[in-house]
Design a protein around this ligand. Structure first.
Ligand code: IPD
Length: 278
């Protein structure tokens, strides 16, 4: 497949940003007083009516603008395509924060080539993450850098210059399943004495954007899916952050990590040893 040329990638990123911002307005302004909630993989893994409404709105806008592309979303819906490109959507990343009225929650929209249902078989070409509670929109194109837009305008983002793991502020998240959570907490116990501190924001997409702009020095989690990370991954790597997984393999459901370049070797070694012994 021929990659879209850089100009087209820029147009794809602008489309990702526009539809993500529309969905961001919908989930904030359209939130009903009483939110309907149902569960997915476990009673703790929830979906609200606004996740589904936001995904439906994203699908409608993308299908109108890019009728030949496939769509894969976290919620129900989606469509096959013929172009070789797939839009990967998380209409609300941080649904539990959204339910409880906490920040952050985000809308994540990426366009990838390859098969986004299998780790290691897809790569993002353009993407945007909108974080409505803090008024931030991040976007990136492959080879074109990453930017953040806020009320004051737009600027390029760069990962932090952290060089010492013991002084690094990192974030993590926890899966909904109890068994994986036990593995994650055993690894957590190994990791927390070796870093400045660990944050659990509740939105993987926001975590990756905050590694991209240096608010965090690193991020790691197990049990993620492409829709949690596709846009944030491109934003972070275009900002100079380093992507890693367990061993030499690409990141996958066992471990997904991103960090500032100056700590990436030490962070990867710590995460691997902590997860292998857990
Ligand atoms: C969740 C968030 C959270 C992470 C979970 C994800 P969702 O996504 O990204 O930070 O720890 O693993 O499932 O369910 O709110 O879209």
């Amino acid at each position: 497949m021929n990659l879209p040329d850089p100009l087209d990638r820029h147009a794809l990123a602008e489309l990702a940003r526009d539809v993500a911002e529309q969905a961001g307005r919908l989930i904030v302004q359209g939130r009903p007083d009483r939110l309907e909630v149902s569960s997915k993989s476990s009673r703790r893994d929830i979906v609200t009516e606004m996740d589904q409404r936001a995904q439906d709105a994203l699908c409608e806008a993308l299908a109108a603008a890019r009728p030949d592309d496939a769509i894969l979303g976290e919620e129900q819906g989606g469509r096959p395509g013929t172009s070789g490109l797939t839009w990967v959507l998380d209409p609300i990343d941080g649904t539990v924060n959204y339910l409880y009225g906490l920040s952050p929650f985000s809308v994540s929209v990426a366009v990838v080539e390859g098969d986004p249902t299998t780790w290691g078989r897809w790569s993002p070409l353009a993407g945007a993450v909108v974080i409505p509670p803090v008024g931030l929109t991040y976007l990136a194109t492959l080879g074109g850098g990453a930017m953040v837009q806020d009320a004051h305008g737009a600027r390029e983002v760069r990962a932090s210059s952290a060089a010492e793991l013991s002084m690094a502020l990192v974030a993590t998240g926890f899966a909904y399943g109890a068994e994986l959570r036990c593995v994650q907490t055993r690894a957590f116990v190994e990791i927390i004495p070796k870093v400045r501190d660990i944050r659990r924001t509740g939105s993987a997409a926001a975590d990756l954007c905050w590694v991209a702009d240096g608010r965090l020095d690193g991020y790691f989690e197990a049990g993620l899916h492409a829709w949690d990370v596709a846009a944030g991954q491109l934003i972070a790597t275009e900002a100079g952050a380093v992507l890693h997984g367990l061993g030499d393999e690409v990141p996958n459901g066992d471990l997904y990590a991103m960090s500032a370049p100056g700590i990436s070797a030490d962070f990867a070694a710590l995460l691997r040893s902590a997860h292998r012994s857990s």
